[in-house]
Design a protein around this ligand. Sequence first.
Ligand code: KG4
Ligand code: ZN
Length: 335
Amino acid sequence: MIILGIESSCDDTSVSVLKDGKILSVAVNTQLEHIAFGGVIPEIASRAHLKNFPEVLDKALKDSGITLNDVDAVGVTFGPGLVGPLLVGVNFAKGLGFSLSVPVVPVNHIEAHIYANFIDNPDIEYPFIVLVVSGGHTELIYVTEMGKYELIGKTRDDAAGECIDKVSKMLGLGFPGGKIIDELAKSGDKKFETFPRGMPNSLDFSFSGLKTSLKYYIERHDSEFLRNNINNIAASFLDSVTDSLVTKLFKAAKKYSCNTVLLAGGVSANSVLRSKISDQAGKRKMKVYYPHPKYCTDNAAMVAATAYKKIMTDGLEKYRFDSGLDAVPFLVLSE
Ligand code: KG4
Ligand code: ZN
């Protein structure tokens, strides 16, 4: 079975081809138009998706060696995300589904981030706790089977990725900040400064206090000091962000007597987070999984992989072509 995955919930235009559960290709165009603004501008993102989709599709097809006529189903992200960008992807998918006479499987973006873990590790056992950390989400979810999700912790304010991106902007490091701060922190001293850890006694998260603390720290120091110590500041800041994430993930695992933990979403590409979670899981003899870095940030491979799992669970019949399929910007995985 060949599935075409389509993703456009934010600023990445992506198409992927999957055959019988294996990724044959994934093409991603990360829009550079937003860098100058220090954040994603929804209207610009929608227009860029419209322009990018034909060439991203061509690349994904060429790299996989298949043609459109080989496609058995299309999987598309229909929420959550920015309404304009989602609408472009959903309508592109519906156009393909209609013209090829194949079903279109609607995929929840957060579910796709979770199932990105199964691309290289198809035998992960349930139940597990997954920490979803991206630019828009920071959530702890207890998963007993595909489709059964219990939300057990979430951010009360900023998402972790949002906090990292905003601090990067305050430090004049550019957007998006995750990869930049990750690189700088590698040669920094995490003990250089101690920044606050939000809501230490809860499974919920808070990153706005940390962001404010960085704001005052930057105001208190001159630009030469900040420039000379940027690696140390990045390392100390990341130590705080990741401490909160790791502590709560293992607290949740203990509470739910769960022996398997997963990471998902753009921030799960972070090297400090990955190594802290591996260390802690090793000490507790627990299993830990995180996606390959190329499947952490937004991509259509995770969408195709999730659509495939849904078809295998529910049968292709359930996903007859539906011209009424619409974008759902505030789609939830569980309450
Ligand atoms: O999942 P994603 O691509 O988009 C959303 O669904 O939000 O996540 C994007 C977020 C951004 O905040 C970006 O700065 C962050 O993931 N990110 C990272 C790293 N790579 C991307 N954060 C920390 N370390 C990284 N290596
Ligand atoms: Zn995402």
